[in-house]
Design a protein around this ligand. Structure first.
Ligand code: UDX
Length: 441
């Protein structure tokens, strides 16, 4: 099938490459000519494990191409995916749909023959109706159907999530469109991946409900972690103890500095706004978003406490800047809040991240960058681990102790065993693994 993928970002590039790998002919479109030229030269605009090879294989097989010619690509396509950004609108948290609507108008111009227009981007309930209205207004003669097909791709695992999804959700009311979507995902159909065919609005809301629930689950275990610190319990054992209940499930129960990324923060805000606008506020999600924002700042206080209450004039070594490992993405990373709070308290920051430093330069000022964990620690007064990259999971603490001014480690991802660090005479702080209070008299 001929497919046009509008948007060559985290979602469009991965989705387009995977659909090409399924055997379809995909033309990946972007308005950014420099990005398209880079892609044609085999240079990826994002860090995603396995993506460069997937793109190269499908370009070589002539199933995947890159272009800025949206109208031409739409003319040849039976299905056109809208995979452009839907960032939070400045100031009010609504999703900014201007790129989606621009794409809809441009797509309308190229429609030729029955075409399925698919919203892959995360869009508020009712956006599909508006996309349909814009296209019909622009091209009353066109024969098309608008379908919702949200993505559930995690950065760093996006290719696997696309090829081995827990489910495919498709919001479609048109029989011909349903047949086209079934054909597009035939390889997954044959692999018995669960398909959820539903209405367009239900599909759009399903995406937000999924992300809001995951954000809630993370925030729940983060608050339990705070309680664990007060009562001397271990949040990792609590997480295991509840996660073994199949009704709860063990995933997304890792306590940490709060969730970041390009999705949870913006999608929770967009859902909150949609719910408020429709008089059915999602109060739980409102609290989750507020608690998560406060948590990132609270992590800086944990570092201050570990450093004796002040970091003024001190150097703090930070390992991990990205919002999660295996990505270069700094969007809403807890590191931004934590580092700027420490700088406001007079700390100098040494930083190392395997992939995120180029993006970090654009969002955090006055960082001193290093290119390995050990040089980052030299003459620092404390070491803080913010992102759980594999590269930080087997550090040589004898060497680190020799480099630090004071052996202070704040492990915000609970990578290490407190007893091991105690044996190495580190002053070790972590998340949710409280020390049992001394027994009363
Ligand atoms: C998320 C959803 O998982 C994905 O389905 C959706 O399509 C896009 O948004 P992503 O934002 O890439 O994916 O990352 P994810 O792995 O979900 O982590 C999001 C944030 O939650 C990260 O900051 C991560 O550190 C944090 N997190 C995740 C936790 O703090 N604890 C956990 O147990 C899991």
């Amino acid at each position: 099938m001929h497919i046009a993928m509008v948007g060559a970002g985290y979602v469009g590039l991965v989705s387009g490459s995977c659909l090409a790998d399924f055997g379809h002919e995909v033309s990946c479109i972007d308005a950014d000519a420099a990005k398209i030229e880079a892609l044609k030269a085999g240079k990826m605009p994002i860090f995603e494990p396995g993506l460069a090879e997937l793109v190269a294989n499908n370009v070589r097989a002539r199933r995947l191409s890159f272009s800025t010619d949206l109208v031409g690509a739409v003319r040849d396509a039976q299905a056109v995916f809208i995979a452009v950004g839907t960032p939070s609108r400045r100031g009010d948290g609504h999703a900014d749909l201007s790129f989606v609507y621009q794409a809809a108008r441009a797509i309308a111009a190229g429609l030729d023959g029955f075409t399925v227009v698919v919203t892959k981007s995360t869009v508020p309930v009712g956006t599909g109706d508006e996309v349909e209205r814009i296209i019909r207004e622009t091209r009353p003669d066109a024969d098309f159907a608008v379908v919702s097909n949200p993505e559930f791709l995690r950065e760093g695992a996006a290719i696997d999530d696309f090829k081995r999804p827990d489910r495919i959700v498709i919001g479609v009311d048109d029989k011909r469109a349903k047949a086209v979507m079934t054909e597009i995902y035939r390889p997954l159909y044959l692999n018995k991946a669960p398909f959820v065919f539903t209405s367009r609005r239900t599909s759009e809301l399903t995406k937000y409900a999924a992300n809001a629930f995951l954000a809630t689950k993370i925030t729940f275990i983060n608050e339990i972690a705070d309680l664990c610190e007060q009562v001397g319990a271990d949040v990792q054992d609590v997480a295991r103890g509840i996660g073994l209940d199949k009704r709860i499930g063990s995933k997304f129960l890792h306590a940490g500095p709060g969730y970041g990324g390009s999705c949870f923060p913006k999608d929770t805000q967009a859902l909150i706004k949609t719910a408020q606008d429709h008089g059915a506020p999602v109060r739980i999600v409102e609290v989750v978003a507020a608690v998560n924002d406060q948590r990132k700042r609270a992590m800086a206080r944990k570092v201050l406490t570990a450093c004796g209450g002040s970091v003024r004039g001190k150097t703090i070594a930070v390992l991990g800047l990205t919002f999660k490992p295996n990505t270069d993405d700094m969007r809403e990373s807890p590191a931004i809040s934590i580092i700027t709070a420490l700088q406001d308290c007079g700390a100098r920051i040494n930083a190392y991240d395997p992939e995120g430093m180029d993006q970090a330069r654009q969002v955090i000022d006055d960082l001193t960058f290093f290119y390995d964990p050990y040089s980052c620690c030299e003459k620092a007064h404390a070491l803080v681990i913010i992102t759980e990259w594999d590269a930080f999971r087997a550090l040589d603490f004898d060497r680190i102790k020799s480099l630090l001014v004071t052996p202070i480690l704040v492990d915000l991802r609970n990578i290490y065993d407190p007893d091991e660090l105690d044996r190495k005479e580190f002053d070790y702080s972590c998340v949710g693994r409280g020390k049992v209070p001394p027994l009363g008299p």
